[in-house]
Ligand binder design. Structure first.
Ligand SMILES: Cc1ncc(COP(=O)(O)O)c(C=O)c1O
Length: 388
């Protein structure tokens, strides 16, 4: 199905080691109750891909398609916006304005006078910032979103369309994360980051609890028997770790989870190889904009270090081929959205990788298309026609 592009695969020697609970169950219950109550909520589709399963020599392949999520085009709609709602509620309580404001109150603008004076801020390579901006608009506060210099104009415009101020900073996504933190400290803004670091974990934990909903829905929609393998793309690792936690919460034994990253931004693979959280240097050059991260999220790493079965790094060409492959089947998938599929197809076509991952005719594979055409101009350029 794909040309035999070279890729890296690293089987995690720590897989299965017990460790701390990164995302407690109660936090997910609250996230699910909240997000499913929002106007416009609908589970995204789980799509069967029988031709791909047959060509790859496995039993079942199903793709959870996040493109329609809340009209934002990616699964990130579940995380940032949810964290904004929580943060505003906490802030209203801290300021003595409302001890337990509901998100319905926030949506109705009941506390607008107070929330309008709160600024949330975040770094983004596109999708997370869109979610934070959307949440800020919905729940009634101001948003300032930092993007690094290679984030495309159409991604910037999509964030600004939700009323956020967008600031462009030199360097990479990781530089934008640091600039956000610096400005937030100087201005008294609230950071709503999708990545976490020592001393900053509570908001990203909310973000990740929100992401779990896509995995939870996928398992509700999955026809038994349960998946044996999950391939999920990694940026800072938040999405992969959330999926991992939800798989382990609902399926025993949990499916083998394979984290797939771009070859020049594979900080999770590098961390697995060194056995400790590791940043990768360089400009993180990849078409897969959402995955162009050089430093893992601390929380994500705490989960993936011991729960991921393996880590892969793949070239951009494999992602482009997968966008075209899905387009032929009527599925609109963006550059970062297809990395898991690309990793799966490369591994499935490679006898040594099949063996390492235990892929065979009985395997049942769950994939996540984490974004649609979130950069429509780039989608058209890569696929050859508009998303339509
Ligand atoms: C479409 C898409 N998929 C996957 C990811 C990876 O998520 P994480 O950075 O939490 O690993 C991102 C991150 O921005 C994304 O935009």
């Amino acid at each position: 199905m794909l040309a035999p592009y070279s890729f890296q695969l690293f089987a995690n020697p720590n897989a299965g080691t017990p460790g701390i609970v990164v995302l407690p169950a109660g936090g997910f219950r609250r996230a699910k109750a909240e997000i499913t109550s929002w106007p416009g909520y609908a589970p995204t589709p789980l799509r069967d891909l029988p031709k791909i399963a047959q060509a790859a020599g496995v039993g079942v392949v199903r793709l959870k398609d996040e493109a329609p999520r809340f009209g934002l085009g990616s699964f990130k709609a579940l995380g940032g916006a949810y964290a904004v709602a929580n943060l505003l509620r906490d802030e209203l309580a801290r300021r003595g304005v409302a001890l337990s404001a509901s998100s319905a109150d926030l949506l109705a603008g009941t506390w607008r006078e107070a929330t309008a004076g709160i600024t949330v801020t975040s770094a983004t390579d596109g999708n997370h910032g869109r979610s934070v901006a959307w949440g800020a608009q919905r729940f009634g506060c101001r948003a300032v979103i930092f993007v690094h210099e290679t984030v495309s104009q159409s991604r910037i415009d999509a964030i600004a369309a939700y009323g956020a101020e967008v600031r462009v900073v030199p360097g990479t996504y990781d530089d934008a994360v640091r600039e956000t933190d610096r400005m937030a400290k100087a201005e008294g803004w609230q950071v709503v980051s999708d990545t976490s670091w020592p001393g900053y974990t509570e908001v990203p934990r909310d973000v990740m609890q929100g992401y779990r909903l896509m995995a939870d829905e996928a398992l509700d929609q999955w026809e038994l028997p349960s998946p044996t393998h999950v391939f999920i793309q990694g940026g800072v690792g938040g999405a992969a770790a959330s999926v991992s936690v939800q798989m382990r919460a609902r399926i025993s034994p949990a499916p083998a989870l394979v984290v797939v990253e771009p070859e020049h931004a594979s900080c999770l693979l590098a961390s697995a190889e060194t056995g400790a959280l590791t940043a990768v240097p360089g400009n993180l050059d990849t078409l897969m904009a959402g995955l162009a991260c050089g430093e893992p999220s601390l929380l994500a790493w705490q989960e993936l270090d011991r729960a991921a079965a393996a880590f892969m790094a793949i070239p951009d060409v494999a992602a482009v081929d997968c966008m075209k492959l899905l387009a032929k089947q009527g599925i609109v998938a963006g550059e970062s959205g297809v990395a898991g599929l690309a990793g799966f197809l490369l591994a499935a076509a490679d006898p040594a990788a099949r063996e390492t991952l235990g892929l065979g005719p009985d395997s049942r594979v769950l994939l996540f298309n984490t974004e649609g055409a979130t950069d429509p101009a780039l989608y058209e350029q890569l696929v050859g026609h508009p998303a339509g």
